[in-house]
Write a protein that binds this ligand. Structure first.
Ligand code: COS
Length: 390
């Protein structure tokens, strides 16, 4: 049984308080050290936030996606680095197991993922395979009953901390594209794995990504998500994981945008020019109002999509709509927040300078805006073709 509504509301309220009292005050330290402080990590673990989406029967909170998105609206008012340390455990690192895993895989991994003891990462992207995910070149060669995985994965979130990788690799060399790919559960301690230094990024300091190389990493056939019978089905697992992840990410964007608007409003009500608070000027008001309306729109879309997923609907097209709209929206809100701050918005003394850089990634990761457009348009054309019998 998932947490009941009262407890979920209580948790959301607690997260709101923790954001104000602990997370926002810890942002500067996180940036300076490029690392989320250990005590903050422990606090988030104690709240159960590493297992929001893991079913209760496997030690998680088992929240429906709608409740998860509401939590993200709150949590992501603080630097998204805090969300990032638990994001893969709730999303791309665990959902492959939750959606397609065997009972044994669920029992073995999910309780430790939910508690935060085990960090789980998702390895799809490669140096030569980003948007065109089905072109990935990592191979999983059979060797007796085992597979030997070789290849390089790139920009892997939480790789330096991870104990478990979901690795998409080509197990069927004669099958081109998506069909030849399997999803493997690979423990970080397995010989042959090298995690590179963490990447230097434009923003989101404290959230770590790194390259990983796999050199003949031996795993049994039972490491395939769903077991040996799901061999060759890994791309579909990855896409299903991303559908849910894109709605989660839209919620992250809503939270980040709300923070930017809060900062902009507070500055506008404080800053005086031409004899009055700049918030009294209609051109400033227009920027505030546009931001508010767009945040509200993204919030409604995200909740609607989450409810549909909770009800068992398959909605890849709507998930892409959410991710595209919300990530583009937070880009516009960030731009206006800097504009409202004027020269101060360009200075590192004010949080909007950093939040603006942090927001830039949302339009890129977990599928660029252009990939979301492609998914949306393809779905429209396919539905219309079916309707007219083409
Ligand atoms: N759910 C289930 N199955 C899906 C699916 C989904 N959401 N999307 C695609 N599939 C299935 C298709 O049905 C198809 O199976 P069949 O051949 O049996 O019909 C297979 O997967 C291949 O799909 P498709 O032909 O659409 O693959 P493409 O190579 O044309 O492209 C895109 C798919 C571009 C949408 C995909 O590569 C993508 O999302 N790229 C972005 C990757 C990304 O987000 N990376 C971010 C880093 S990971 S955090």
């Amino acid at each position: 049984m998932p947490l009941d509504e009262g407890l979920t509301l209580e948790l959301t309220e607690t997260v709101r308080r923790v954001v104000e009292e602990r997370l926002i005050p810890a942002e500067e330290q996180t940036v300076a050290e490029d690392k989320v402080p250990d005590e903050i990590r422990a606090l988030l673990r104690d709240l159960g936030l590493f297992g929001i989406s893991v079913p209760e029967s496997y030690g998680g909170l088992g929240l429906p996606l709608e409740a998860e998105t509401r939590l993200m609206f709150e949590l992501c008012r603080a630097s998204v680095a805090f969300r990032s340390i638990l994001g893969t455990n709730n999303g791309i690192g665990s959902q492959g197991i939750v959606i397609d895993g065997t009972e044994a895989q669920k029992r073995h991994y999910l309780p430790r993922i939910a508690s935060g003891e085990l960090i789980a990462s998702f390895c799809l992207t490669e140096p030569d395979s980003g948007s065109d995910a089905a072109s990935l070149r990592s191979v999983a060669r059979t060797d007796g009953d085992d597979f030997l995985i070789s290849g390089t994965k790139r920009y892997i979130t939480n790789a330096p901390e991870a104990g478990l990788f979901t690795v998409m690799a080509r197990s069927e060399p004669d099958q081109p594209g998506a069909k030849g790919i399997s999803a493997f559960l690979v423990e970080a301690e397995t010989p042959g794995i090298t995690v590179g230094p963490w990447d230097r990024k434009m923003g989101q300091r404290g959230a770590h990504t790194a390259d990983i190389t796999f050199d003949e990493v031996r795993v049994p056939a039972t490491a395939i998500i769903g077991g040996p019978e799901r061999r060759g089905q890994g791309f579909k697992t990855a896409m299903k994981v991303l559908d849910r992840g894109r709605v989660h990410l839209a919620a992250v964007c809503v939270g980040a945008a709300q923070r930017l608007l809060d900062e902009a409003l507070s500055y506008a009500m404080d800053r005086r020019q031409f004899g009055q608070e700049i918030a009294q000027f209609q051109l400033i008001q227009a920027m505030l109002a546009d931001s508010q309306a767009e945040i509200y729109a993204a919030r409604c879309m995200t909740i609607d999509a989450a409810r549909r997923i909770d009800a068992g609907e398959k909605i890849p097209m709507l998930a892409s709509c959410c991710k595209m709209f919300a990530s583009e929206m937070v880009g516009r809100v960030a731009d206006r927040a800097v504009q409202i701050h004027g020269g101060a918005g360009y200075m590192a003394d004010y949080p909007v300078e950093r939040l603006y850089r942090d927001a830039r990634l949302f339009r890129i990761y977990e599928g660029t805006t252009q990939i979301q457009q492609l998914v949306i348009a393809r779905a429209l054309i396919s539905e219309a073709s079916e309707a007219i019998g083409r």
